[in-house]
Design a protein around this ligand. Structure first.
Ligand code: ADP
Length: 535
């Protein structure tokens, strides 16, 4: 099978991630090495890296002022394939010095980029979107390679990620100000919206491409320039996206990429008065540090942090809809998203039926290398993630939870964990209190709507929540009562570029995606025009 054939078969779209039937790519060849890339992959995958290299997409250096640059001390760090442990590439391991230069280049570029017309910026973004879509297959394969998610889901991420660039190419033209009726007859009051300046964007590994486009898209649309720090676990997709931004004609210095020593890069971004905005997706602990650090220079901050999503199944829910919705909300990306259902709260009347049907559905989820045929559950990102999942399950079992399915490492080894369903879970167990970030679905039983709302809100997190019910009044009542930034009703996959994404409480500040995502990169300026009647 040719590679393009693989990807054609593979891509269906992100909404049907559990029906994947990918062709087998099992025949592994020995490692090969070229241009700093070391890989052990299937025969098919070898031509993927060849294609990526030919299109200039396999980048391993940082990007500063439009130039691909090594770390100043020559240091590199390894990027691994989580499914095999193989080293995919050695990328530049940068720190404070490189970041300062990236900030300077972004600061210089801001002067001209912010002064372009909205239509000109829009054209650049649109071209970038076209290139991302033209390279959808290779980018998807790159995501699977460095992050581990199944190929179809990875190609779905490219589609989803690229749509932020398309959406913000359009939104760039709609940064409207205001005219406010003045309080004095000889005055006029105007409101201008202007780009905030250089933005520091720090992104995680679970969506190596989409978290970048969701931040860089609106930033560039508003006229901001960016210093991006992708996760050290998955920098290759970010570098490929940056290469395509250059190919799209987005001027040098508008998008800069540094990776390596995260605290040093973070400090350089936080302490620079030239950086006016920090946008971050990642753990709550790091988000709190960044928020505190940004106070020193009073930067605008948006944070998309951890969740503890409740998925509430009421007695009156349609069983199939609830099972499929909970499955999608829980097991997408092997449970490694901040909107993944973390607690499945099931009303007592439907509990047994749901537990049974849900466990059967989970049992059918095929685990394996993301390039494997029919695989819908990839590996966890690393050993620490695997050990966290193990600790949470052990804690739950030691406190009385029952393992309905899974509950241990997968026989494939590496960081594969069996899709797991736990019943008899209680609110005080670790798996209910914190994000498990893995393929573990804890089932908790509740009696009344009030109890479900109380259980759902009894957490410091407030990102996504899901409810399954056929009762219209309950839909509204519960949606309004949930202290969450996003609510899915009878639907487990709700992220889209056109809707605002973000949390309340300790899940974060600000919104990404949609028209609201633009506000995060804009300042509001009030201009008072006085003495209108002076001759
Ligand atoms: P996760 O547990 O999902 O990896 P993290 O919050 O640790 O979440 O990481 C998200 C992003 O934040 C990554 O790009 C990581 O390198 C970065 N990061 C981690 N620590 C710091 C820090 N002290 N300063 C700046 N960025 C950091």
């Amino acid at each position: 099978m040719t590679l393009s054939g693989v990807a054609r078969v593979a891509f269906v779209g992100s909404r049907r991630i559990f029906a994947s039937h990918l062709p087998s790519m099992q025949s592994y060849t020995p490692a090969f090495s070229r241009q700093g890339i070391v890989c052990q992959m299937s025969v098919g995958m070898k031509s993927v890296t060849d294609r990526l290299r030919d299109s200039g997409l396999l980048r391993t250096q940082g990007l500063i002022g439009g130039k691909w640059i090594d770390a100043y001390d020559g240091k590199t760090l390894e990027v691994h394939n989580p499914a095999t442990g193989e080293v995919i590439a050695n990328v530049s391991c940068m720190g404070g010095k490189e970041t300062k230069d990236a900030i300077s280049s972004a600061f210089d570029a801001f002067n001209s980029w912010s002064k372009l017309t909205a239509a000109e910026r829009s054209k650049g973004l649109r071209k970038w979107y076209d290139l991302l879509m033209a390279h959808k297959e290779e980018l998807g394969q790159l995501i699977t390679l460095e992050q581990g998610k199944p190929l179809k889901e990875a190609v779905g991420e490219v589609d989803y990620g690229a749509k932020f660039i398309e959406f913000y190419a359009e939104e760039a033209k709609r940064v409207y100000g205001d005219i406010i009726p003045a309080t004095l007859p000889d005055r006029r009051i105007f409101v201008l919206k202007q780009p905030v300046g250089v933005a520091g964007a720090i992104t995680p590994w679970n969506f190596p491409l989409a978290m970048i486009t969701r931040k860089v898209g609106p930033a560039l649309a508003c006229g901001c320039t960016v210093v991006l720090k992708p996760s050290e676990f998955t920098p290759l997709s970010a570098l490929a996206a940056a290469e395509l931004a250059l190919q799209a004609g987005i001027p040098p210095g508008v998008v800069n990429v540094v990776m390596g020593n995260a605290p040093d890069i973070g400090d350089a971004l936080l302490t620079s008065p030239q950086v006016r905005k920090i946008t971050f997706t990642g753990s709550t602990a790091v988000g709190k540090k960044l928020m505190a650090g940004a106070a020193g220079t009073v930067k605008k901050v948006s944070l998309e942090l951890g969740g503890n999503a409740p998925c509430i199944v009421f007695d009156d829910a349609d069983l199939n809809v609830a099972v499929n919705g909970a499955l999608a909300a829980k097991f997408r990306n092997s449970g490694q998203t901040c909107v993944c259902a973390n607690r499945v709260l099931v009303q007592e009347g439907i509990y047994e039926k749901f537990a049974d049907a849900f466990s059967k559905a989970v049992k059918n989820l095929k685990v394996g290398d993301g390039f494997g045929e029919g695989v819908v559950q990839g590996p966890l990102i690393n050993k620490a993630a695997l050990e966290k999942v193990e600790t949470f399950v052990e804690d739950a079992v030691s406190k009385g939870a029952k393992v309905l399915l899974g509950g241990r490492r997968h026989s494939l080894g590496m960081t594969f964990y069996e899709p797991t369903v736990l019943s008899n879970v209680k609110s005080e167990m670790l798996v209910s209190r914190e994000e498990v970030f893995g393929p573990v679905a804890p089932l908790l039983c509740f009696k009344t709507e009030e109890e479900a709302i109380h259980m759902a809100n009894d957490t410091n997190a407030g990102l996504a929540a899901y409810i399954f019910t056929n009762n219209l009044q309950r839909t509204w009542r519960v949606s309004e009562a949930l202290e969450y930034g996003l609510v899915g009703v009878n639907e487990g996959l709700i992220s889209t570029e056109v809707a605002p994404f973000g949390g309340v409480k300790q899940s974060g500040l600000g919104r990404e995606g949609s028209k609201y995502g633009m506000d995060e990169f804009l300042e509001i300026k009030y201009v008072c025009l006085g003495d209108m009647n002076r001759k």
